[in-house]
Write a protein that binds this ligand. Structure first.
Ligand SMILES: [Zn+2]
Length: 486
């Protein structure tokens, strides 16, 4: 096993299209020597005539810039990874690289409305072509993002998404059509993107984003766009971007309101944690799956993220660095708040206390997804019950106390016969209405909120509380399709 050199998209054309080149070297200088003797065209992009590292190139050994170590003399050993990071965003891209990028006549025709804008022009279009954007999530925000970034001519779009398309997505996720229900979002997103623009290179990561895989997935991308719908992933995305020095275009939506900003653009730029050092307590802020969202809203917020991304990649305009835009669709008002980098931020300050990715589900006290699959036969623990077991017990004439902890609006959509509604937010005030000695089966939409409710009741001394795994949606899916799935 030798040392892997990771070649960024912009330089791959000089390295035979290779993403990774493996060498056996003792220091960085030796590694570059071997790399450039195999691919001589790379040499002028990496090293000056005197043999020093060119100023617009950074090389990272693991997470450290070699300029902070012993520069080209930095020792390397088997298993080390070297990452070449050319400066691109902000228009400081090396002109000799830019000269090499060309637009075909087809591309010139396709992008002609860009080329006519003086601030944008051929130069801007070439920058887009050699740039790469990683989208976290291909849902409500990801749909307009993917479509506009693809149409605009971003060279490479990476998509982290492992969900499948559900009918309830179609109200806002315009990448998908009715006939796509049940298919993997990532696959359909890729074919939608290619339908819009076949010149885009699409890289799919059909896997949940975790602390274990995030840095490997993010590394090498010019911009990361956060289109997640949950706090654990949002903090994970932020921290990984800070650790790798990648700008993070943030967007979030809830019901009629959305937020957009640009985090971690440079040393003076706030990150998400500067704004929100810690997540809200579990259950306080419901997700879109729990709280709902107006279908057009992610179209607007995702489009704003797409504009910010294109500005960063081409170096035009003023970014949303240190500014948070809040959009209220009901009042049709945009508000702008100033953000400031927190000089004591736990992750992006000069003295961070978080220097590697942590367990974000534990940090946020919630899972990073709202899909809870019911076990086929038995529940996982004595504190859980599956829809199959509940059905069997009801069929046997048993009458367990069923506690529904969803919102009133959800209860109006569908309910189980005989269930008692106490929304989870009211539970701390109303739990005394319940009999602590009776068996209680708690349910919600997918089983996450009811698990919290069950924990709460057990803390209050309730003897036998079980969580219905998969919630009422599992009941609809596996037991009674007459109950609407939402
Ligand atoms: Zn910060």
């Amino acid at each position: 096993m030798g040392t892997k050199i990771l070649i960024p998209t912009a330089l791959r054309q000089y390295a035979g299209g290779q993403e990774i080149v493996e060498v056996n070297a003792t220091d960085v200088s030796d590694a570059l020597q071997q790399l450039t003797s195999t691919y001589p065209d790379l040499k002028k992009n990496l090293l000056s005539d005197e043999g020093s590292l060119r100023s617009f190139i950074n090389i990272y050994k693991g997470e450290d810039n070699i300029r902070d170590l012993s520069n080209l003399q930095t020792q390397i050993s088997d298993g080390d990874e070297l990452l070449i990071v050319p400066s691109i965003a902000g228009g400081s891209m090396a002109s000799d690289i830019m000269d090499e990028i060309t637009l075909s006549n087809d591309e010139i025709h396709r992008y002609s409305r860009h080329l006519l804008i003086p601030e944008f022009g051929i130069e801007g279009q070439k920058k887009l072509k050699q740039s790469s954007v990683l989208m976290i999530g291909a849902g409500g925000l990801g749909s307009p993002l993917a479509m506009y970034l693809a149409a605009a001519g971003v060279g490479k779009i990476g998509i982290v998404e492992y969900d499948t398309i559900d009918t309830s997505n179609l109200q806002r996720q315009l990448l998908y059509r009715t006939e796509d229900v049940g298919k993997a979002k990532a696959d359909v997103a890729k074919s939608s993107i290619h339908g819009i623009n076949p010149f885009v290179d699409v890289e799919l990561y059909n896997t949940p984003l975790t602390s274990e895989n995030a840095l490997d997935i993010f590394r090498g991308y010019d911009v990361v766009v956060d289109g997640t719908d949950n706090f654990p992933t949002r903090y994970l995305v932020n921290d990984a971007c800070v650790m790798l020095g990648i700008p993070n275009v943030y967007g979030s939506i809830f019901r009629f309101e959305g937020q957009v900003s640009v985090f971690n653009l440079d040393q003076d730029c706030a990150c998400y944690r500067c704004l929100y050092p810690e997540p809200p307590p579990p259950g306080l802020v419901p997700s879109c799956a729990e709280g709902g969202v107006l279908g057009v809203l992610p179209g607007i917020i995702g489009s704003l993220q797409a504009i910010e991304t294109i500005k960063l990649l081409t170096g035009i305009g003023e970014s949303l660095k240190n500014r948070l835009v809040i959009f209220d669709a009901l009042k049709m008002k945009f508000k702008e708040l100033k953000l400031k980098k927190n000089r004591d931020c736990v992750v992006c300050s000069d003295h961070p206390t978080i220097t590697e990715l942590i367990d974000y589900e534990q940090f946020c006290g919630m899972p990073s997804h709202d899909r809870m699959e019911p076990a086929e036969s038995d529940a996982q623990s004595p504190d859980e019950i599956t829809v199959f077991e509940l059905k069997k017990r009801l069929d046997n004439g048993e009458h367990p106390f069923i506690l529904d902890v969803r919102l009133n609006e959800e209860y109006e959509i569908c309910k189980l016969d005989g269930a008692t509604l106490i929304p989870i937010h009211d539970l701390p005030l109303r739990y005394q209405e319940l009999d602590p000695n009776r068996e209680i089966i708690a349910l919600c939409k997918v089983g996450a909120r009811s698990a919290k409710a069950a924990d709460f009741l057990k803390e209050k001394g309730f003897k036998d509380v079980k969580n219905l795994v998969g919630g009422i949606n599992a009941w609809s899916e596996f037991i009674d399709p007459e109950v609407p799935y939402y």
